[in-house]
Design a protein around this ligand. Structure first.
Ligand SMILES: Nc1nc2c(c(=O)[nH]1)N[C@H]1C(S)=C(S)[C@@H](COP(=O)(O)O)O[C@H]1N2
Ligand SMILES: [Mo]
Length: 327
């Protein structure tokens, strides 16, 4: 069964991945979807304009175009998605399942003080203050394709630095094979955590070689400005060749492990979301095709690219693997 949400969605073809959950979460999701719809109707009934105040983010000083020692592909030729779209169409279940309401609900989320605990199988475990973490490496711009598993995509000029810089600083031990990421738990500021659509904290993971890959970044900004809360401030993961849900927001903990760590969407619906989640137009989601995508701001659909267009850079990470089995 597919639950359809009655809110304003950009395209009728966009499926809401997150409203189809496992049996236990199903009821909670249905209740939540009903509440959201009721609120939307209320606004319409009384013609109250939805409060969407303009948000101003501070500029990040000294952003470089790229770190000299890291080889990255040139930015995609396609137009960058407008800032207004990137900051007002969000998936962030800690706040709400309504993509167009995350910005409003996340508005007062506090991002200072903030620490990121880095540990597990490392020589030098350390809890970083976010402002020290950001100083670990030059801030650089990375213009990446971003593909949500639901079928929409954007071109986003991130600001950030390679995750490898942080991992090298803590010195992974020989037995480390995976990296686990954990997002913040703060139900007082995150209404979605009080509703419990998913089990929080939101957790994600990468294989160590994926985490060390030069394309994998910790993002701290967009369009040269500090990340707004809705995009995962103060720091979030970006793995451009994987579906968007791998890119955990508001990270507080990074742990190197020997075994493959659990991941939120795999826990919720294992038949639909695997650990790898590489963008792959040939491997469909059980409920929809992944062959094409809706670029936000465009009409019609584009063909989805293997590894989201980053095959030259990352295909060798999966040499010899059956990508249908390891989806
Ligand atoms: N903590 C957390 N991280 C998350 C999510 C979430 O709900 N919680 N949603 C994911 C999904 S499904 C997508 S598509 C991207 C959306 O990022 P954006 O809103 O910055 O475009 O964030 C990912 N990271
Ligand atoms: Mo997503």
């Amino acid at each position: 069964m597919v639950i359809k949400k009655h809110g304003d969605i950009l395209s009728s073809e966009i499926t809401d991945e997150h409203l189809f959950l496992n049996r236990r979460n199903f009821v909670r999701a249905a209740v939540l979807a009903g509440t959201t719809t009721a609120t939307a109707l209320l606004y319409r009934r009384f013609a109250i304009p939805a409060p969407v105040p303009a948000q101003v983010a501070a500029n990040i000083e000294g952003v470089k175009s790229s770190t000299p020692d890291v080889a990255v592909p040139p930015p995609p030729a396609d137009a960058r998605t407008p800032y207004e779209k990137i900051t007002n169409y969000n998936n962030y279940y800690e706040f709400t399942t309504d993509k167009e309401d995350v910005a409003r609900l996340a508005r007062n989320f506090t991002t200072r003080p903030w620490t990121v605990e880095v540990g597990g199988l490392v020589q030098k475990p350390k809890t970083f203050d976010i402002d020290d973490l950001i100083k670990l490496a030059p801030q650089e711009e990375r213009v990446y394709r971003f593909r949500c598993v639901e079928g929409w995509s954007m071109i986003i000029p991130w600001v950030g630095f390679p995750l490898a810089k942080l991992l090298s600083a803590v010195e992974p031990l020989g037995g480390a094979r995976y990296v686990a990421f954990e997002s913040v738990v703060r139900p007082k500021e995150m209404p979605g955590q009080r509703e419990g659509t998913l089990d929080f904290p939101y957790v994600e993971g990468l294989r160590l070689d994926e985490a060390m890959h030069p394309l994998t970044i910790l993002a701290t900004g967009i369009y040269g400005k500090v990340l707004l809360p809705q995009n995962g401030a103060p720091v979030r993961l970006v793995v451009p060749w994987k579906y968007g849900f791998k890119s955990a927001k508001a990270i507080v903990k990074i742990t190197l492990t020997e075994r493959e760590p659990p991941t939120t969407w795999n826990l919720a619906t294992p038949s639909e979301y695997g650990f790898y989640s590489n963008v792959n137009p040939q491997v469909d989601h059980p409920r929809w095709s992944q062959a094409t995508e809706q670029r936000i701001g465009e009409f019609g659909r584009r063909d989805t690219l293997m590894f989201n267009g980053y095959a030259d850079e990352v295909a060798q990470l999966y040499a010899g693997m059956d990508l249908r089995r390891y989806f």
